[in-house]
Design a protein. Structure first.
Length: 129
């Protein structure tokens, strides 16, 4: 619940994480890592929210579809090189591949559309209008 998320967020702040707000994703709190740690994204999410369902559905699908692991990994590596300091551009650029995987994993069309919009992509152009 929200109270637990706030407590977790405060605990993360005490160990050096910087809160970034929801970055346009409802029910998610984003954090930047302390500079002494390897670069990574860290989120606190509310149970059952779309962001969590999206991540878990992607994880579960990739565990049983190695061909998608390779494709998604290659796209992420290429985009990380192209957008090393622009998380927004990176997220937007990987959205088409992400939505394709999530569609095959059975995520409903309305949720795919919401993810496209949250990632800064045009859902009409991606075929999830």
């Amino acid at each position: 619940d929200l109270a637990c998320a706030i407590r977790a967020s405060e605990a993360l702040r005490t160990v050096g994480y910087t809160p970034l707000g929801d970055l346009g994703i409802p029910e998610r709190f984003a954090f930047s890592a302390p500079t002494e740690l390897p670069r990574h994204n860290l989120y606190v999410v509310l149970a059952g929210c779309l962001s969590l369902r999206n991540h878990l559905r992607l994880r579960d699908h990739l565990r049983s579809h190695p061909e998608d692991v390779e494709k998604y990994g290659a796209v992420k590596r290429e985009l990380a090189e192209r957008h090393p300091d622009d998380v927004s551009a990176y997220c937007t650029a990987k959205t088409a591949v992400l939505l394709g995987i999530l569609a095959r994993a059975g995520l409903p069309r309305d949720e795919l559309r919401s993810i496209a919009v949250s990632n800064g992509a045009d859902p009409d152009a991606l075929g999830v209008a």
